[in-house]
Ligand binder design. Structure first.
Ligand code: ZN
Ligand code: ZN
Length: 365
C-alpha cells in the first residue's frame, strides 16, 4: 500500500459521518504517510458537522486536525522521518511564500490544515507535508509507551497539535510574563490548557466558567482564582477580579485576557474585562456576532489579537512542556476507539464529555 487509508468522512452538514476508504497514490517528495496514533475531537469539528461551517476542501472530506502518529511512508525528501513519532501541527504553513518569509506563517495561503484543506486524522492514516512535523523525542515505536517524566503516550500527545499549541501561541503573542495576570474565559479543552500554560510561565491566573466541575478542576490545577459566571453581570465579575488582584498584590492593569469559550457570552465578558494596557486574545471561535464599544481599546490603551493555529516553530517547546509535566495532558484526555466516532461527536455536542476525546484507530494497517 502507498498512501491508502480508511476513515470517516463528512458527506453533508448534519448527516452521520460515513466510513470510507481512500486509495493510495505516490507520495510527493515532501510528503509522508502517518499512521494515526490518536486524533483529538475539536470544537471546530463540531462546527463543520453541526453548524455548517464550511471546510475549505469540498465535501466529502475526512475531518480531524489534532493528530499524533508514526511516519510509515515518506517521499524522497523525507525518508529521515521513517519510524518517527510525530505531532502534526493543526496548520502547516508552506514556509516559502512572501507571508511565510515575512514572519507571518499563520496567514500563509498555501497552508495545509488536515481535516479542512485535505483529508484529516479521523482515519487509520493521514497524508501530510513533512516540513511542519514535530518529532517527539524519546519515541521508541510503541504509541502506548509512556514518554518523558509525565509518562504520557504518543496518543495523548495528539492534543498538543491544537488544544495545547493554539493557546500557547496566543500567550506568546500576548507577551505574558511571570507576575502578570492572565484571565482565562472558558476552561474546557483549550481554555484548561491556556490556564496551565499561563501558570507554567509564572502568571497569576483567573479562570472563569459556568461549569462548577470545570472550575473545580481548574482550582485543583492551581488556578489562583476561579469565578462562576452563571447568571452574573460582567460589571460585577470585573469588580470581583479587580478586588481579588488587589488582595493578592498582583497587577490590576496589563491583564492578558484569553477568550477560549468560543461563545458570544464569553466574548462579551472578555471585552467587558478590559483594563488599562490589557491584551485580549480571541482563541475560541463562534459564528455569532457581538456589539461592542470598540473605542474601549483606545481608551484603555488596550489591544485585541486574533490567533489562528500555532506556528510549527513553537511545537518542540510545547511538546517538551507536556513530556515533562509542566502541562498535564493525560488526566484531561479520554481515549476512545475511532469506530465510536458518532457517539463521540454526539457526546461533545451535548456537553456530555468532561475530557478532550482522542479517537484511536483500533486496527493497525
Ligand atoms: Zn481545533
Ligand atoms: Zn507560506
Amino acid at each position: 500500500m502507498t498512501g491508502g487509508l480508511r476513515g470517516y468522512e463528512l458527506v453533508e452538514v448534519g448527516a452521520p459521518l460515513r466510513p470510507t476508504e481512500r486509495d493510495g497514490g505516490p507520495l510527493a517528495e515532501d510528503e509522508v504517510l502517518v499512521e494515526v496514533a490518536g486524533c483529538g475531537l475539536c470544537h471546530t469539528d463540531l462546527g463543520f458537522l453541526y453548524d455548517g461551517v464550511r471546510t475549505r476542501h469540498a465535501l466529502p472530506l475526512i475531518l480531524g486536525h489534532e493528530i499524533a502518529g508514526v511516519v510509515r511512508e515518506a517521499g524522497a525528501a523525507a525518508t529521515h522521518l521513517l519510524g518517527a513519532g510525530v505531532v502534526v501541527p493543526a496548520v502547516i504553513p508552506c514556509g516559502a511564500c512572501a507571508d511565510c518569509r515575512a514572519g507571518h506563517p499563520m496567514i500563509c495561503k498555501r497552508q495545509i490544515m488536515p481535516g479542512n484543506d485535505q483529508d484529516g486524522g479521523f482515519a487509520t492514516h493521514v497524508r501530510v507535508p513533512a516540513h511542519g512535523l514535530c518529532v517527539v523525542p524519546g519515541f521508541t515505536g510503541d504509541p502506548d509507551a509512556p514518554l518523558g517524566a509525565a509518562g504520557v503516550s504518543l496518543r495523548h500527545l495528539a492534543v498538543v497539535a491544537d488544544a495545547v499549541s493554539t493557546p500557547f501561541q496566543a500567550i506568546r503573542r500576548a507577551g505574558l510574563r511571570a507576575g502578570d495576570v492572565a484571565v482565562v474565559i472558558g476552561l474546557g479543552g483549550v481554555g484548561g490548557y491556556a490556564a496551565q500554560i499561563a501558570r507554567a510561565l509564572g502568571a497569576w491566573v483567573v479562570g472563569i466558567d459556568v461549569s462548577s466541575a470545570r472550575l473545580a478542576e481548574a482550582a485543583a490545577l492551581g488556578v489562583e482564582l476561579t469565578v462562576d459566571a452563571t447568571g452574573r453581570a460582567s460589571r460585577e465579575l470585573r469588580k470581583q477580579v479587580v478586588e481579588a488582584c488587589r488582595a493578592a498584590g498582583v497587577p490590576t492593569t496589563r491583564w492578558t485576557i484569553l477568550e477560549c469559550s468560543g461563545t458570544a457570552a464569553g466574548q462579551s465578558l472578555a471585552f467587558d474585562l478590559l483594563v488599562h494596557g490589557a491584551t485580549l486574545c480571541v482563541v475560541g471561535f463562534t459564528l455569532d456576532r457581538l456589539e461592542v464599544r470598540l473605542s474601549n481599546l483606545m481608551a484603555f490603551d488596550a489591544r485585541a489579537l486574533g490567533n489562528w493555529g500555532c506556528d510549527p516553530a513553537y511545537y518542540p517547546e510545547v511538546v517538551q512542556m507536556a513530556l515533562d509535566g509542566r502541562i498535564d495532558i493525560a488526566s484531561r484526555v479520554e481515549l476512545r476507539p475511532l469506530a465510536d466516532i458518532a457517539t463521540a461527536f454526539a457526546d461533545v455536542h451535548a456537553h456530555r464529555a468532561t475530557r478532550r476525546i482522542v479517537l484511536v484507530p483500533s486496527v493497525s494497517a
